[in-house]
Design a protein around this ligand. Structure first.
Ligand code: UD1
Ligand code: CA
Length: 455
C-alpha cells in the first residue's frame, strides 16, 4: 500500500492582502506549502500531489522538477472540489492523506500518529481533530452519544449548540481512495457558502456504514492554519522557537534565543556558540566549535569547523575550518576561503578564492581574484576588477605580500613570493620573487615660511 499526500493549495488567501498566493508566503525562511510538503515526505508519503489554482505558477516554481506533482483546480469551488481534481493522480488502493497548504506548523510525528491510527483502526476515513479554547471559524466535530463520529459542521452552518463544541476539524484526513472518491462524487454545494465541502464525505461514508474514525491530537499548534499576517507572525515565532530548541538539544549554544533567527533548513554542529542578534538563513551549514555573532547575518553559506565570525554579513560563501571573519566583513557570493584564512574589519570579498592561511586583515576590496596560500593583503588594498564594461581577474600566487594601499588593476598577476610597495598602482604582471614599486620618487622640499592664517 502506498501513501499519497494531497495538499490543497489552490486558494488565494484574501485576508493576506497580497499579490502572492497565501501558501507562497514564507515562515521561518520557507514557503508555507514547502513546510507542509517536507513534513508529508518525512512522515513517509510516497507521492505528493499539490492542488494548485490561484497564481499557480508561483506555487509550482517553489519546487524543483519531480519533487511533487500538480493538478489544477481552475475555479475554487471548495475543499471537496479541490480533492476531486487529484483523481487522475491517485491509485485505487492508495491511502491518501489530505493536508492544507497553509499549516506550516504541522510536524511529522503528528502526521505519523494520524496515519498509524488510520491503519490500525482499518478505517475508511480518519479525521485529525483537536480541542481549542476558541473554536470560532473552524468546522466542529459532532460526536454521537457513544463518542463516535457523526458530522463536521462548518462555522457558517453551525447551530448555537454546535458552536459550543470545542473539538475542531484540523482539515487533515486519511482516506482509502476508492471509497473516498465514490463519496466525493455525491457531495453537493447545498450549504451556507455554496461550496463543495470535503467534510461532507465523512457523513456520506458514515451513512453507508463505512468506518469513520477521529484521531484527536494534543499537538494543537500543529494544525494552526494561517489566514492573515498576524497569524503568520505567531507561526513564525513558534517555528523559530522549535528550531532554536532543536539545535540546543543537539549541542549548539544559543546565548539569546529571542534575538536569534535561524531558518528551518539550517544545520549547525555541536559546540558551536551563537551570540545575540544573529540571523542565519537558507540552506546554511555550520560546523562544530564555531563562534558566530554577535550581530551576524549569514545566508545560504557553508561554514567549516572552529570558525570565528563577528558582526559580519556572509552571503552564498564558503568558509573553511579555523577561519576568522570580521568584525564588519562582507563576504559576497562565491567568496571561497580555504583553511585558516583571516578576513578582518571592513573587508569585502566577491567571487574570489583565498588559499590556506591567506590574510586580508583591514579595509580591502577583493573581487574576481585568486589568492594562493599564505598571501598577505595590506590594509586598503583594492582589486580594480571592473573597467566599466567587463570584470577582470587578479591572481596573487603563493606567498605574495601586497603592500598597504595597493591598487591591483586587473587583469593582473603577481608571481610567487613577490612584494608590492605600499601605495603602488600595479597595472602590469609582476614576475615571481620580485619587488614591484610604482611610485614617484619622494622629494623633500624646503618648507616655505609660515603664511598667516586667513581670518
Ligand atoms: C476547512 C474545513 C474546516 C476546518 C478548517 C481547518 C471544509 C469545508 N472545512 O475550512 O472544517 O476546520 O479547514 O483549517 O473543508 N482550497 C482549495 N480549493 C478550494 C478551497 C480551498 O485548494 O476550492 C484550499 C485552500 O487553499 C486551503 C485549504 O484548501 O489551503 C483550506 O481551505 P479554506 O477555505 O481555508 O478552508 P476553511 O474554510 O478554513
Ligand atoms: Ca473557506
Amino acid at each position: 500500500m502506498k501513501i499519497t499526500a494531497v495538499i490543497l493549495a489552490a486558494g488565494k488567501g484574501v485576508r493576506m492582502c497580497s499579490q502572492l498566493p497565501k501558501v507562497v508566503h514564507q515562515v521561518a525562511g520557507k514557503p508555507m506549502v514547502v513546510h507542509v510538503a517536507d513534513v508529508a515526505r518525512q512522515a513517509g508519503a510516497d507521492r505528493i500531489v499539490l492542488v494548485v489554482g490561484h497564481s499557480r505558477q508561483k506555487v509550482e516554481d517553489l519546487f524543483s522538477p519531480g519533487m511533487v506533482e500538480f493538478v489544477v483546480q481552475e475555479e475554487q469551488l471548495g475543499t471537496g472540489h479541490a480533492l476531486m481534481q487529484s483523481w487522475e493522480k491517485v491509485s485505487q488502493d492508495d491511502t491518501i492523506v489530505v493536508l492544507a497548504g497553509d499549516t506550516p506548523l504541522l510536524q511529522a510525528t503528528t502526521l505519523q500518529g494520524l496515519l498509524n491510527y488510520h491503519q490500525e483502526s482499518q478505517a475508511i476515513a480518519t479525521v485529525l481533530s483537536t480541542e481549542v479554547e476558541d473554536p470560532y471559524g473552524y468546522g466542529r466535530i459532532i460526536r454521537d452519544e457513544t463518542g463516535a463520529f457523526q458530522a463536521i459542521v462548518e462555522e457558517k452552518d453551525a447551530s448555537e449548540t454546535d458552536k459550543i463544541v470545542s473539538e475542531i476539524n484540523s482539515g487533515m484526513y486519511c482516506f482509502q481512495v476508492q471509497e473516498a472518491f465514490a463519496a466525493l462524487s455525491r457531495i453537493t454545494s447545498n450549504n451556507a457558502q455554496g461550496e463543495y465541502y470535503l467534510t461532507d464525505i465523512l457523513k456520506i461514508l458514515m451513512s453507508e456504514g463505512k468506518k469513520v474514525e477521529i484521531f484527536r491530537t494534543d499537538a494543537r499548534e500543529d494544525i494552526y492554519g494561517i489566514n492573515d499576517r498576524v497569524q503568520m507572525s505567531k507561526a513564525e515565532e513558534i517555528l523559530r522557537k522549535r528550531k532554536n530548541e532543536a539545535l540546543m538539544k543537539n549541542g549548539v549554544t544559543i546565548i539569546d534565543p529571542r534575538s536569534t533567527f535561524i531558518d528551518d533548513d539550517v544545520e549547525i554542529a555541536c559546540d558551536t556558540i551563537i551570540y545575540p542578534s544573529t540571523l542565519i538563513e537558507g540552506r546554511t551549514v555550520i560546523g562544530s566549535g564555531c563562534q558566530i555573532g554577535p550581530g551576524t547575518h549569514i545566508t545560504s553559506s557553508s561554514i567549516g569547523n572552529n570558525v570565528l565570525i563577528e558582526n559580519s554579513r556572509i552571503k552564498e560563501a564558503q568558509v573553511g575550518d579555523e577561519c576568522t571573519i570580521g568584525p564588519y566583513a562582507y563576504l559576497r557570493p562565491q567568496a571561497i576561503l580555504h583553511r585558516r584564512v583571516k578576513v578582518g574589519d571592513f573587508v569585502e570579498i566577491k567571487k574570489s578564492t583565498l588559499g590556506e592561511g591567506s590574510k586580508a586583515p583591514h579595509l580591502s576590496y577583493i573581487g574576481d581574484a585568486i589568492l594562493g596560500k599564505g598571501v598577505n593583503v595590506g590594509a586598503g588594498t583594492i582589486t580594480c576588477n571592473y573597467d566599466g564594461v567587463n570584470k577582470w581577474e587578479t591572481i596573487l600566487e603563493d606567498g605574495v605580500f601586497i603592500g598597504s594601499n595597493t591598487n591591483l588593476v586587473a587583469p593582473v598577476k603577481v608571481g610567487q613570493n613577490s612584494v608590492t610597495g605600499a601605495g603602488s598602482t600595479i597595472t602590469r604582471d609582476v614576475p615571481p620573487h620580485t619587488l614591484a614599486v610604482e611610485r614617484a620618487e619622494q622629494k623633500n622640499l624646503k618648507k616655505r615660511s609660515q603664511s598667516k592664517p586667513v581670518k
